[in-house]
Design a protein around this ligand. Structure first.
Ligand SMILES: NC(=O)c1ccc[n+]([C@@H]2O[C@H](COP(=O)([O-])OP(=O)(O)OC[C@H]3O[C@@H](n4cnc5c(N)ncnc54)[C@H](OP(=O)(O)O)[C@@H]3O)[C@@H](O)[C@H]2O)c1
Length: 302
């Protein structure tokens, strides 16, 4: 690796990058951007069909990238994919971007164990498993980068999205520890915390809120669907997130944390500084959840 004048890494070194969740949204925009900037990109997607589609999208822009089939929630698939990546790169990738994620929205009393477990598998355990499988190669090289894509909601727990916030909060904690544990091996570890960006994620959250089973009973469902729907109409495309991910890979000394988007940059400090009663009040209002129980009529009333 050589350092260019503007504090950017470049030149003749290994620039191989594995990006998970490359079939859509932030992942697709990121792999295209990285391919354009000369990285040796491997986009991880869940099926061969999605792999072909990604290669075609890249080729239509005159870009070249490789793909691997990977389901981050399946340990066997992760192992196989990382063996394949090791063959493709002749010793392992220089960088990993753990971008695959799912929303898992719903009131905590309604989310079943298997749904919660799956959210943790995809958003947390899968990401850390990929790190663990990639790290021996990075150690051998004495260099590497890991970029974990969390969320502003990883620092701002959001009602009706509790499991999502919890999984991203845990990812943030583990990324922090990994950054310190791997520094001596020349591996830089970054966290990217996007606010809301226009991808399929918000639509998937709305579907979760429709499928949760109690959609008719609980006030939070209708209001949260309306909130996510209106946010979805107003948010920008995911290019700023791809730009931040590229910075994590290009900067000589990348920052530990990149919070992307005005909403996240405002919400995160506001949540930290505001007294709990105020932040609770905002969340109650935004999620349409009453702050107090409605008093049931007493026997004999009326
Ligand atoms: N968009 C936002 O507003 C926002 C905000 C904060 C954080 N984020 C984070 O950004 C990341 C990317 O999300 P996005 O917004 O681009 O959403 P998206 O368009 O829904 O993309 C999610 C990606 O993850 C993949 N994925 C889901 N389950 C997987 C599994 N088990 N194994 C491998 N890949 C899997 C999906 O693949 P399939 O196509 O096969 O389903 C898809 O490529 C996520 O980690 C998300 O939490 C997004």
């Amino acid at each position: 690796m050589v350092e260019l004048g503007d504090g950017v890494v470049g030149g003749c070194g290994d620039r191989s990058v594995l990006v998970t969740g490359a079939s859509g949204g932030i992942g697709t925009v990121t792999v295209l951007r990285l391919a354009q900037r000369g990285f040796d990109v491997i986009g991880a997607v869940r099926t061969e069909r999605k792999a072909r589609a990604l290669v075609e999208v890249a080729a239509a822009r005159g870009l070249w990238l490789r793909t691997v089939v990977l389901d981050v929630a399946e340990p066997g698939s992760c192992r196989q994919a990382m063996e394949r990546v090791e063959e493709m790169t002749g010793g392992g990738v220089w960088a990993v971007v753990n971008n695959a994620g799912i929303p898992q929205a719903g009131a905590l009393e309604d989310v079943r164990d298997e749904q919660a477990r799956h959210a943790l598998e995809v958003n947390l355990l899968g990401a850390m498993r990929i790190c663990r499988l990639a790290l021996p190669g990075m150690r051998r090289k004495g260099a590497g980068r890991i970029v974990n894509v969390s969320s502003g909601l990883g620092r701002v727990p959001w009602p009706m999205g509790g499991w999502y916030s919890a999984s991203k909060h845990a990812l943030s904690a583990l990324t922090h520890c990994l950054r310190i544990e791997m520094a001596h091996a020349g591996v830089r570890v970054c966290l990217v915390e996007p606010g809301a960006f226009a991808t399929a994620m918000l639509e998937r959250a709305i579907t979760d809120l429709t499928d949760a089973g109690r959609a008719g009973d609980t006030p939070g469902y209708a209001a949260s669907r309306a909130l996510f729907g209106s946010v979805n109409k107003r948010v920008p495309g995911p290019e700023p997130v791809a730009r931040a991910i590229e910075q994590c890979l290009s900067a000589v000394r990348p920052r530990a944390r990149y919070t992307v988007g005005l909403d996240a940059r405002l919400l995160v400090p506001l949540h930290t500084l505001a007294p709990l009663w105020l932040s609770d009040r905002i969340k109650h209002r935004a999620s349409g959840l009453p702050r107090t129980a409605e008093v049931p009529p007493r026997c004999g009333d009326g």
